[in-house]
Design a protein around this ligand. Structure first.
Ligand code: ADP
Length: 261
């Protein structure tokens, strides 16, 4: 599906970047970062000719360094831009490359805006077909600042099928609509757990919550990701399933989300 960048007048595109896709969630811990990483890798796996970058906009709790198995400080180019760190063919930028892993990130609102601005614009992204942005959870300053700063092609909202997560996902969807960012759809994460011993399937967080909400809001469901041990284990090792076990149903689920975007 062709994405259309709907820029407001004061938005300035990122040089060399064609489409910005933000991955958001109403609350933390629902699998947003895991989805962002596997979506970026899925976009690239589905069409190896496309170039994909990944920006960790979760400045308070950056998880891209760990998920993408990247460490270190970015080099600075002659043009005074930071060079992204690259793994699995994906250039990545994260506040985690700029501060100590254990350092508390205690910032006032304006500092957050300026950090985001730097992570977006003072980076030598090269030519990208897609920049996937891992947003912080919730509906705060960072989400607004990104939506107002650059033309965002669309938002992917990750939620579990559980009521409490869905309430926040709804808030997220409404916020993006308010700032004219098209909601591409929901990803329903952890929808089913299949017992590895007896293959019995259990809907630990409910079955169809995100689907029902999507219907109510007139939003698409881009896919269902099962609750699966290998997704957690591989994420912890910095070996996302789309690259580490490309033949698994989990990897296929993420690639399907990437083709629906
Ligand atoms: P968020 O970015 O929403 O805070 P994360 O992507 O960091 O969430 O995921 C939270 C935890 O859940 C991580 O340990 C991650 O590995 C795990 N996780 C996410 N999605 C799945 C899944 N589908 N199956 C199993 N574990 C998952």
């Amino acid at each position: 599906k062709q994405l259309m960048a709907r820029g407001l007048p004061k938005q300035k595109p990122l040089a060399g970047v064609k489409q910005v896709i933000v991955v958001a969630s109403g609350k933390g811990g629902v699998g947003k970062s895991t989805t962002a990483v596997n979506l970026a890798l899925g976009l690239s796996a589905n069409d190896p000719d496309k170039t994909v970058g990944l920006l960790d906009a979760d400045v308070y709790g950056p998880s891209i360094p760990k998920l993408m198995n990247l460490k270190g400080n970015p080099e600075v180019t002659e043009k005074n831009l930071m060079r992204p760190l690259v793994n699995f063919g994906i250039p990545c930028m994260s506040m985690g490359f700029l501060v100590e892993e254990t350092a508390p990130i205690v910032w006032r609102g304006l500092m957050v805006m300026s950090a985001i601005e730097k992570l977006l614009r003072q980076v030598d992204w090269g030519n990208l077909d897609y920049l996937v942005v891992d947003m912080p959870p919730g509906t705060g300053d960072v989400q607004l600042s990104i939506s107002q700063n650059i033309p965002v092609s669309g938002a992917v909202i990750v939620s579990t099928p559980q009521d409490i997560a869905l309430l926040d996902a709804r808030r997220g969807a409404e916020m993006f609509r308010k700032v004219n960012v098209p909601v591409l759809g929901f990803v329903q994460n952890m929808s089913v757990f299949q017992c590895p011993n007896c293959q019995h399937q259990t809907h630990i967080f409910g079955a169809d919550g995100a689907r029902d909400l999507a219907r109510t809001l007139g939003v698409e469901v881009l896919g269902d990701i099962p609750l699966h041990l290998s997704i957690r284990e591989m994420s912890d090792k910095g070996q996302p399933v789309v690259v580490s076990s490309p033949d698994s149903p989990e990897a296929e689920a993420y690639r399907n989300v990437a083709s629906a975007v």
